[in-house]
Design a protein around this ligand. Structure first.
Ligand code: PLZ
Length: 448
C-alpha cells in the first residue's frame, strides 16, 4: 500500500462529506466515545501524508491542519517511519528513570542545541504539551522559590488542572471543571486588532499595563515565571507587536523571574524559524515544546538554562511514559527532516503564498476584519461588516464550505471567529494554492 508522503498529492472528492463509510463510523463514534470530544471534520481517516488526508470513502482532502501543527514533517514521514520501525523492533519501553536509553539523551541534546540562547541548556521529556507546561512551572517554582505564574488573555496552555487555570477561555476548556489551581495571574495581551488604546503603540501600552499590574497586584518579587505563547494558538493566532516579548523577557530578567515560551504550537519550523521567539532574538529561560516535536508521536519537551533545569530534586520530575523510546526515535527522524530538508525556509516560503492570498481576501470581503500570523501559521478574523463584532456564523459557514470542497481548515479565537491555517510544511505549492482558492470561494459564499 502506498502510504505517508507517497500518496497522490491531490484534492479528490468521490462522495459527499461525510461519505457512507464515514457515516457508519460516526454513528459508532457517538455510541462509543465521550460526548465531551470535539471533531473538526466528520470523516474517518484511512491514510495521510504530504499535504492530504484520505478518508475511508476514498476522498482526498487537503490538510490545512496538520493535526493542529503537529505533523509539520507530514504524516508518516520517511525518516520518522524508519526510526519508529527500527525502535519498536528493538524495545518499546523500559522507562527512562528505570533503565535509560540513548534516544532520550539524543533528543535532549538536539533540543538543547536548537533552542535559542548560547548558554548551557538541559532538557526533560514528557508526554504532551500540557504536561510540558506543568513541568516548566514546577521547575520555575523550585528554582525561584516563588509561586506566582503570570499568563495572558487569550492564552491556551492545556487541559490539566494547572494548565486549565493558565488557559483563558472558559467555554469549552474550563466550563464545569473547576476549582482551578491558585497563584495564576492573567494579564492584558498585546492584541493589535482589538486594542482599545493607541493602535500605533500597542506593544508599549500593553507592556506598561502588564508591568504595572504585576507590580501592584502580585509584587514582582513573587513572580516565578511569565508564561506566554510567542504567537497565540487556540486564542486566535494573536501576534504581539514587536517589542512586547522582549519587554516581558527583560522585565523577568530584571526581577529574578523566568521567561517561559510556550512553543507547543509555534515550534519546530512552523513560523519560518525553528522557534517563533527567534523572530525578535528573545532567549527564553525555558522553552516548552510538544506537537511538532515527534512527527505525530506523543512527546513533549522542557528545555532551559542548565541551572534552572537542575533545580528539581532527584525523582521530582519524570513519569512512566515520558520520553518513550518510540516517540524519541520519531522525534530524531522529525528533527532530521526539518533540518536536512530546510523546512523552516519552506514555512517562510509558504507564508509568502498564504500571506499574499489572505491579504487579497481581506480586500475582497468585508467579513474579513484582520489577517495575521507568520510563516505556515496564519489566520483570518471574521467580523460583521462595518463593525468589529465577531462573526461566528461566517466562520462556521466558510469552514463547512471548505470541508464540502475537500479542504480541512481549523477554527480558533476567544470570540470563535477565526479561521486558522496550519498546513504540513511538506505540502506542495500547487496544493496550498488550490486550498487557498477554495478558502477564497468559501468567504465569497459566507459573505452572500
Ligand atoms: N500550549 C500553545 O497549543 C495544544 C489543543 C487541542 P497538549 N493546543 C491544541 C485541544 O483542543 O485539546 C497546546 C497549545 C499550546 C499547550 C498545549 C497543550 O498541548 O499536547 O494538547 O496537551
Amino acid at each position: 500500500m502506498t502510504s505517508g508522503p507517497h500518496i497522490p498529492q491531490e484534492r479528490r472528492l468521490v462522495t459527499a462529506i461525510p461519505g457512507p463509510k464515514s457515516q457508519e463510523w460516526l454513528a459508532r463514534r457517538s455510541e462509543a466515545t465521550s460526548a465531551g470530544l470535539g471533531m473538526a471534520i466528520p470523516v474517518f481517516v484511512a491514510q495521510a501524508g504530504g499535504g492530504v488526508i484520505v478518508d475511508i470513502d476514498g476522498n482526498s482532502i487537503i490538510d490545512m491542519a496538520a493535526g493542529i501543527a503537529t505533523v509539520n514533517v507530514g504524516n508518516s514521514a520517511d525518516r520518522v517511519v524508519e526510526n519508529v520501525i527500527a525502535q519498536v523492533q528493538s524495545f518499546t519501553h523500559t522507562c527512562f528513570t528505570v533503565a535509560p536509553y540513548s534516544g532520550y539523551v539524543e533528543v535532549c541534546e538536539a533540543l538543547n542545541r536548537m533552542a535559542p540562547g548560547t548558554f548551557k541548556k538541559k532538557s526533560l521529556l514528557v508526554n504532551s504539551g500540557a504536561e510540558a507546561v506543568e513541568n516548566a512551572v514546577k521547575i520555575a517554582r523550585a528554582y525561584t522559590k516563588r509561586a506566582a505564574v503570570v499568563v495572558f488573555e487569550h492564552a491556551y496552555h492545556g487541559r490539566t488542572n494547572l494548565t486549565m487555570a493558565m488557559t483563558a477561555k472558559n467555554i469549552p476548556y474550563k466550563e464545569g471543571f473547576g476549582p482551578f489551581a491558585p497563584e495564576v495571574y492573567r494579564m492584558p495581551m498585546a492584541y493589535p486588532y482589538r486594542w482599545l488604546g493607541d493602535k500605533n503603540n500597542v506593544a508599549q501600552e500593553a507592556l506598561d499595563m502588564v508591568l504595572h499590574k504585576i507590580e501592584k497586584e502580585i509584587g514582582a518579587h513573587n513572580v516565578a515565571a511569565i508564561v506566554i505563547e510567542p504567537i497565540q494558538g487556540e486564542g486566535g493566532f494573536v501576534v504581539p507587536p514587536k517589542g512586547f516579548l522582549p519587554g516581558l523577557a527583560a522585565f523577568a530578567k530584571a526581577n529574578g523571574a523566568l521567561f517561559i515560551a510556550d512553543e507547543v504550537q509555534t515550534g519546530f519550523a512552523r513560523t519560518g524559524k525553528m522557534f517563533a521567539v527567534e523572530d525578535e532574538g528573545v532567549e527564553p529561560d525555558i522553552v516548552v515544546t510538544a506537537k511538532g516535536i515527534g512527527g505525530g508521536l506523543p512527546l513533549g519537551g522542557i528545555t532551559g538554562r542548565a541551572e534552572v533545569m537542575d533545580a528539581a530534586v532527584v525523582s521530582g520530575v519524570g513519569g512512566t511514559f515520558g520520553g518513550n523510546p518510540v516517540a524519541c526515535a520519531a522525534a530524531l527522524g522529525a528533527f532530521a527532516t526539518i533540518e536536512e530538508d530546510g523546512l523552516a525556509a519552506k514555512a517562510a516560503h509558504m507564508g509568502e503564498i498564504i500571506g499574499a492570498a489572505l491579504a487579497k481576501m481581506k480586500e475582497k470581503y468585508a467579513i474579513v476584519g484582520d489577517v495575521r500570523g507568520r510563516g505556515a501559521m496564519q489566520a483570518l478574523e471574521l467580523i460583521i461588516p462595518g463593525s468589529d463584532e465577531p462573526n461566528t456564523k461566517a466562520m462556521q459557514d466558510a469552514v463547512k464550505y471548505c470541508q464540502q470542497h475537500g479542504v480541512l481548515v481549523l477554527t480558533a479565537g476567544t470570540y470563535s471567529n477565526v479561521i486558522r491555517l496550519l498546513p504540513p510544511l511538506v505540502m506542495p505549492d500547487a496544493l496550498l494554492i488550490e486550498a487557498l482558492g477554495i478558502l477564497d470561494d468559501a468567504l465569497a459564499a459566507a459573505s452572500a
